[in-house]
Write a protein that binds this ligand. Structure first.
Ligand SMILES: [Zn+2]
Length: 236
């Protein structure tokens, strides 16, 4: 193997590592946003559950007022009933009392239903609050980890950039330019030849390219993908 290829393979290894680190750091804001999104959803869940519970409570209060109004009316009607001396008026008032009592009973049935619903809504609210507490804990932990990892990866990137610069400084200028140009376009620059096949693009290289690689006088490029190639594996 040409010493230049050996040198560039080490450089490529650092570049691959840098690429992974940069990809990881790039993904972090989205991960943090997703975690915050989960917390926002849990918060919304509590708000909705609270609203539903409160609305039900208001409906119960409203029914209680309506029932009380009927009860007050019944008391008034009964007073009128015992004050009247007219028989037909007495009977009419008695009918009214029955009607109001029926109304009140109906409203009380409705109230019982709402109270039962209130119990369900109360459990749902408790569940939503518990879910929020759990989620808040997880999200806090996750955001902490992301932040920690961010600092860590940033430091690693800096470190590897330093190592990379040191290695690059030792590469001949023209060769480094070729390397960097392919790096910017392809990612990986050096590809081994497995026989006549370029492992970068999995296409067969020309006989001339293969012979150049075998002669190890120059660093040939794959005619198809443009990567620098060397013979990595070859059975005669
Ligand atoms: Zn290729």
């Amino acid at each position: 193997m040409l010493p230049e290829i050996e040198q560039l393979l080490i450089l490529q290894d650092k570049d691959q590592h840098l690429r992974r680190l940069r990809a990881e750091i790039k993904k972090m804001p989205a991960d943090a946003e997703a975690a915050k999104g989960r917390l926002a959803a849990a918060t919304a869940g509590v708000t909705t559950a609270k609203e539903e519970f409160n609305l039900n409570e208001v409906a119960i209060k409203n029914l209680e007022l309506q029932i009380q109004t009927r009860r007050d009316t019944i008391v008034k009607l009964k007073t009128q009933q015992f004050e009247t001396r007219k028989n037909d008026e007495f009977t009419a008032l008695a009918h009214e009392v029955v009607r109001y009592e029926g109304d009140a009973a109906k409203l009380e049935d409705e109230e019982i239903l709402l109270m039962e619903r209130g119990e369900t809504l109360k459990s749902a609210l408790k569940e939503a609050q518990d879910h929020f507490t759990t989620t808040e804990g997880y999200v806090k932990e996750e955001l902490g980890k992301i932040k920690e990892r961010y600092i860590n990866v940033q430091a690693q990137i800096k470190e590897f950039e330093g190592i990379r610069a040191g290695l690059a400084a030792k590469v001949e200028e023209g060769l480094l330019e070729r390397y960097d140009r392919i790096l910017a376009g392809k990612g990986d620059v050096i590809a081994g030849l497995n026989g006549h096949v370029c492992t970068g693009c999995h296409m067969k290289v020309t006989a001339a390219t293969f012979n150049d690689a075998r002669a190890e006088k120059i660093i040939p490029h794959c005619p198809n993908c443009g990567r620098m190639v060397y013979i990595a594996h070859w059975d005669d």
